[in-house]
Ligand binder design. Sequence first.
Ligand SMILES: CC(C)(COP(=O)(O)OP(=O)(O)OC[C@H]1O[C@@H](n2cnc3c(N)ncnc32)[C@H](O)[C@@H]1OP(=O)(O)O)[C@@H](O)C(=O)NCCC(=O)NCCS
Length: 142
Amino acid sequence: MIIRPLAADDRTQWAALWSGYLAFYESELDPAVTEATFARLIDRSEPMFALVAEDAGALLGFAHCVLHRGTWAIADFCYLEDLFVALAARGQGVGRALIEAVYARADALGCARVYWLTHQNNPARKLYDQVASHGGFVQYRR
Ligand SMILES: CC(C)(COP(=O)(O)OP(=O)(O)OC[C@H]1O[C@@H](n2cnc3c(N)ncnc32)[C@H](O)[C@@H]1OP(=O)(O)O)[C@@H](O)C(=O)NCCC(=O)NCCS
């Protein structure tokens, strides 16, 4: 398995993973949003990046990140917005490898922080507790 940046040629396989991710969240998106998101993720001039895990040409999962300014550091923060591994590939370290690759990329970009949100009941917290710390923050939104 390798971890590499998402590329334009990945569109079909990425879309299948993306729809699995939306189904996990019991969500639907306007196709125009999916279109714009993919275009931005492969556009190096956007303050975003996407990494994919690939095994023998098959995409196993993705990590999508957004880089943004903050008030607590001069360097950007890296928000890991989406993390997904195909059902058949889970439990083999792909998710962990994607997070570690995000860390490496964020370090190379000089980011001051990598962070993400998750549902309090997400069983993946078992993984997150091994690779990051949970400071007790709770998200509010409108
Ligand atoms: C979260 C997710 C990306 C993890 O991917 P993965 O490739 O299965 O993770 P890993 O194999 O690297 O897991 C590493 C460890 O965490 C545990 N773990 C990870 N995800 C888990 C899950 N959903 N349920 C139970 N344990 C999980 C594994 O058992 C493993 O523990 P171990 O090393 O002690 O054996 C994947 O489960 C997924 O896509 N879930 C659905 C979408 C989702 O929840 N995304 C994250 C939103 S914040």
